[in-house]
Design a protein around this ligand. Structure first.
Ligand code: MG
Length: 386
């Protein structure tokens, strides 16, 4: 297995992206740069991650590295230079000396996956230099500067060059030392030094974000595979001696519910649905009812903890819809309060949280007032699911 230092270049000025730093723009709820960091963190061959960014983004990028679990890979921030080449050189200066391969990846290509990095690294180990690239499906013509076609190129031999671009260390270090002229990618510097560069085919998800429209297109491509839904269910017996909490709101009229925590059946169904969407098991696994830490705890605390575990797993809450089944109390007047409290605990806008209720028409145990039940569905967006 090759050992790779992964340099992610994210110091560009985003001049065609409306002034904002495109690497920090949200793609399906996660910063564009986070997608690349997570792919590198998930790639076994990558032993160190160096993110080259603008100085003003340092704190944000370091937090991102920490949250993505990249800390285990000795991740480090490097300050960008005046142009792309200077930024790459800054990254190279931070690369660990014992890693044989250097990968250079553009932080504006969030569709990179751990498996693509691995494929390019495997090829670079053989040939010394390899780049991810897409086949060209359009007809490409070379034209004069005043727009007259000179030649139709043979598209079967044309590739759109992307990243990661992975090189043997001495090759890329020397190419950067020797280069006096600018190049639009690192492979071009290596080509000038006379070394062969291999291409590894990648699909259209490896495209680069330049404009806001590119961002929307990538959301379309990555959205289908990163959206997950989960289903949650819970039931608690009524216990008039206890206080009633539903969706984090206290209902003094009761009746209360029996349970180890505050027995908030709505919060529990929501937590279960969210954990299920991320395939993280059920609420009992995370908060065992034998653990004295959770005795009498507010279930909003459990939701906060669930949100933290989802973030660790690279998941973001898209929306939640919960239904309470109970003969009483009437919750209609307090639904917005329940939504606000649960939204706050999960760190999402209240518009993303829905709570409804129904009676059981006096049928079954819920209808006889012996228990309350709740169902919930939850949707999340996963970052770098591949
Ligand atoms: Mg429960």
């Amino acid at each position: 297995m090759p050992e790779v230092c992964g340099i992610i270049v994210a110091a560009g000025q985003s001049s065609r992206f409306g002034g904002r730093a495109k690497v920090l723009a949200a793609l399906l709820g996660h910063p564009v740069l986070e997608w690349s960091i997570r792919a590198h963190a998930a790639c076994e061959a990558v032993r160190q991650i160096v993110v080259v960014g603008q100085r003003e983004h340092r704190a944000e990028i370091e937090l991102m590295l920490q949250e993505c679990g990249a800390g285990g890979k000795a991740s480090v921030f490097a300050e960008g230079g005046a142009d792309r080449q200077a930024s790459v050189r800054s990254g190279l200066a931070h690369a660990r000396g014992d890693l044989d391969l250097i990968s250079i990846h553009d932080g504006a290509r969030p569709g990179v996956s751990a498996s693509l990095i691995e494929q390019v690294a495997a090829q670079a180990e053989v040939s010394g230099a390899a780049v991810a690239a897409q086949r060209v499906h359009d007809t490409v013509k070379r034209c004069t500067t005043d727009g007259v076609v000179e030649e139709t190129l043979d598209r079967s031999r044309l590739w759109r060059i992307a990243t990661p671009q992975i090189f043997r260390r001495e090759l890329i270090v020397r190419a950067h030392e020797d280069s006096s002229e600018a190049a639009t990618d690192d492979a071009a510097l290596v080509e000038r030094s006379g070394h062969r560069v291999s291409v590894v085919e990648a699909d259209e998800r490896i495209g680069k974000i330049t404009t806001a429209l590119d961002l929307r297109a990538l959301e379309g491509m990555l959205g289908g595979e990163s959206m997950r839904v989960g289903f949650g269910y819970d039931i608690h017996r009524t216990d008039p001696s206890r206080s009633l909490f539903l969706g984090g709101v206290h209902f003094p009229e009761g009746p209360g519910l029996s349970g180890h925590s505050d027995a908030d059946v709505v919060c529990h169904a929501v937590a279960d649905g969210l954990l299920g969407a991320a395939a993280l098991g059920d609420i009992g696994r995370h908060f065992p009812n034998t653990d004295p830490r959770y005795a009498g705890i507010s279930s909003l605390e459990l939701l906060r903890e669930v949100a933290a575990r989802l973030r660790e797993a690279g998941a973001r809450v898209i929306n939640v819809d919960a239904v309470l089944i109970a003969e009483r109390p009437k919750i209609a007047d307090r639904v917005d309060e329940m939504r606000a409290r649960m939204g706050q605990a999960l760190g999402v806008d209240v518009e993303r949280i829905s709570v409804k209720a129904t009676t059981a028409e006096k049928t079954g145990p819920a209808g006889r007032g012996e228990c309350m039940e709740a169902h919930a569905v939850a949707q999340i967006a996963l970052c770098s699911a591949r």
